[in-house]
Design a protein around this ligand. Structure first.
Ligand code: AP5
Length: 215
């Protein structure tokens, strides 16, 4: 099972990727999470990436491609993986195809999440994330039992710096210009599947699961 989850910011890629990881026991690889960890650890990469992320722009292709190449050769990826937030440009997609080809592998399916823009903005402005385990909450659709505390591990919840309304607008614009063309890229390769991303998290997961078990 080698999957790509494609969709605009707030489409639910991270939420669904975590559910797929639990259900199918495959690693979730999120370039956003890897970059945020580098920012938190204040590494040279993190300091550079932060400037792009906080401005709602994409980090340079060669940086994220390098991160993914290092990750895909690890033992836990050999029986499959779930890519969440990568690739995001045609160059990244081409480099991914090349990397997998060197490993005699290819992508099985690309799941493209479709959600209305107003709903995306609602989801992002209401999101909070656990600083310890990365679990996600939403003030309306998935509120934590105790304000500011993760239900799962008790860690503290924070709002992402890029979830401010102005930055969200920029991220959506960047998605349309740089990432949406990937739909056509993968449609031509015959492995694009669309999943409606509206409805509850569980309803969306039922659609995603049906796609995955049909592979
Ligand atoms: P990244 O972390 O990948 O962010 P994103 O793609 O903008 O996506 P999000 O994490 O915001 O949303 P999501 O689709 O995962 O939704 P989620 O499940 O969290 O990237 C951040 C930045 O890093 C980029 O802007 C860029 O700078 C850089 N970067 C990352 N990858 C890169 C790459 N490949 N190349 C270059 N730069 C890169 O859900 C959102 C909220 O909605 C949550 O609160 C959740 O609880 C709620 N929710 C989810 N599903 C539902 C539902 N069905 N109903 C109601 N609420 C829901």
């Amino acid at each position: 099972m080698r999957l790509i989850l494609l969709g605009p910011p707030g489409a639910g890629k991270g939420t669904q990727a975590k559910m797929l990881r639990e259900k199918f026991r495959k690693p979730q690889i999120s370039t956003g999470d890897i970059l945020r960890k580098s920012v938190q650890e204040d590494t040279a990469l993190g300091r550079k990436a932060k400037l792009f992320m906080n401005a709602g722009k994409l980090v340079e292709d060669d940086v994220v491609v390098g991160l993914i190449r290092e990750r895909l050769v690890k033992e836990d990826c050999q029986s499959g993986f779930i890519l969440d937030g990568f690739p995001r440009t045609i160059i990244q997609a081409e480099k991914l195809t090349e990397t997998l080809k060197e490993m005699n592998l290819s992508i099985d399916t690309v799941i493209d999440f479709q959600v209305d823009t107003d709903e995306l903005v609602n989801r992002l402005t209401g999101r909070s994330t656990c600083s310890d385990c990365g679990a996600m909450f939403h003030k309306i659709s998935r509120p934590p039992l105790k304000i500011g505390i993760c239900d799962g591990c008790g860690g503290s919840l924070y709002q992402r710096d890029d979830d401010k309304e102005e930055t969200i607008k920029k991220r959506l614009e960047v998605y349309q210009n740089e990432t949406a063309p990937l739909r056509e890229f993968y449609r031509k390769q015959g492995n694009l599947k669309t999943a409606q991303g509206d409805g509850t998290v569980e309803e969306v997961f039922a659609r995603v699961r049906a796609i995955v078990i049909s592979i």
